[in-house]
Design a binder for this molecule. Structure first.
Ligand SMILES: Cc1ncc(COP(=O)(O)O)c(C=O)c1O
Length: 385
């Protein structure tokens, strides 16, 4: 039987291209190796410059959840107030992290599929003195994009003392965010829009965030402490925790590809690809959980068409047989639709292959879509690229 790799279209990990895989397969060297030290230093410098960071950038072994905890740990003190702005499962994850740390957390929630406005955030922040606010750039459970730049502007004008922590795990490298939008801690991880395998967290801290950490003298967390990592990030010949040598090379190659494409063009490509991808799915009768104005360019939740008779588990199993790995929806959306990523190092072939597989899976599951209906929309758009 001929077996081609299945397209990895879940919202992370995303497809890992050959040149990145090659870096993971290299012979591992000592972390004191001069060539590795130079590679690591260059990677951190690139991340800092590319995201317009006036403070420090960090590359640390761990997942996105670790980065969430690391962000909170370094800029808040036990007992301080924090506002958590949540529009989904991952926004809510901050509640546990913050309350375990002994912060007093208030939550501004947007119903799933919708987003809060900067005015609502402003109103919440005006009620009491907050040390920080968290925003989830793209919630992976809803496919909704937060109005990050507008929130940053509002904070600069109205609440300049409040630190802005941004979870851009499903955004950075695919959905626009820059530190000079007024962000104090931004973080993501390797397996999403950077197109690298899971294993690394990347964080950017503004000069002000680094200053707050310094002003606290010590924090209870050790592995996460910015002060432990800053000397290593500035001079990777120093040691704090063993760097993930091959993953750092893989990320360096991922960043080289981003630089080659251009970060601004990469963001524009994601917007174009997402619009086409969603239109193709809409032509097949699917609709997104997010309204058009707040759709993420990196991933979408597609609700099953009414009357299609599609059963979630059966449909996704068939889709996998047809060559595409997808993810189920979470919590209140579970069973109503499925999730597809459209971020990172994906090209026209991947998009065409995915829509073609969705069409076959629909037909094989008894939902009679006209073969080629979604593809026609996609191809017409891609031909103009
Ligand atoms: C927005 C967001 N934040 C945090 C996380 C947690 O990341 P990880 O699973 O790598 O711990 C995820 C995971 O998908 C995510 O999408």
């Amino acid at each position: 039987m001929i077996r081609t790799p299945k397209l990895l279209m879940i919202p992370g990990p995303t497809p890992v291209v050959r040149s990145i895989q090659d870096q993971m397969g290299r012979e591992t060297v000592a972390f004191g190796d001069a060539g590795f030290i130079a590679d690591f230093k260059g990677l951190v410098a690139d991340l800092k410059a590319m995201w317009r960071c006036d403070g420090e950038a960090f590359v640390v072994a761990g997942t996105g959840t670790m980065a969430m905890e690391m962000a909170v740990a370094n800029v808040t003190r036990r007992g301080e107030n924090i506002l958590i702005c949540s529009h989904g499962f991952f926004g809510d994850r901050f509640i546990d992290i913050c309350t375990r740390k002994g912060l007093s957390a208030d939550v501004l929630k947007a119903p799933w599929g919708t987003i809060y406005t900067p005015e609502q955030v402003d109103a919440e922040l005006s009620r009491k003195k907050y040390a920080a606010v968290t925003v989830t750039h793209v919630d992976t459970a809803t496919g909704v994009l937060a109005p990050l730049e507008a929130i940053g502007d509002m904070l600069k004008k109205k609440h300049p003392e409040v630190l802005l922590i941004v979870d851009s795990v499903a955004g950075a490298g695919g959905a626009e965010a820059w530190m000079d939008w007024g962000i104090d801690v931004l973080f993501t991880c390797s397996q999403k829009a950077f197109g690298v395998a899971p294993g690394l967290a990347m964080l950017w801290a503004s000069g002000r965030a680094v200053g707050k950490r310094r002003a606290m003298e010590t924090i209870p967390e050790s592995y996460f402490d910015f002060e432990r990592w800053i000397p290593v990030m500035n001079d990777p010949s120093k040691y704090w925790g063993t760097p993930a040598v091959n993953m750092i090379w893989a990320l360096k190659e991922g960043v080289r590809l981003i630089k080659e494409e251009g970060l601004e063009e990469r963001y524009a490509r994601h917007v174009r690809q997402a619009a086409l991808f969603v239109s193709s799915m809409e032509a097949l009768g699917f609709r997104t959980a997010a309204a058009k104005e707040s759709r993420a360019p990196t991933l979408s939740i597609f609700f099953y068409p009414e009357g299609s008779g599609l059963d979630d588990a059966a449909f996704r199993a068939k889709l996998a047989e047809e060559g595409v790995q997808s993810a189920g929806c979470l919590a209140e959306f579970a069973g109503k639709g499925f999730r597809l990523g459209h971020m990172g190092n994906i090209d026209k072939h991947v998009l065409v292959g995915t829509i073609a597989s969705v069409e076959r899976a629909c037909i094989k599951c008894g939902y009679r879509v006209e073969p080629g209906r979604g593809l026609a929309v996609l191809q017409a758009g891609l031909a103009k690229e």
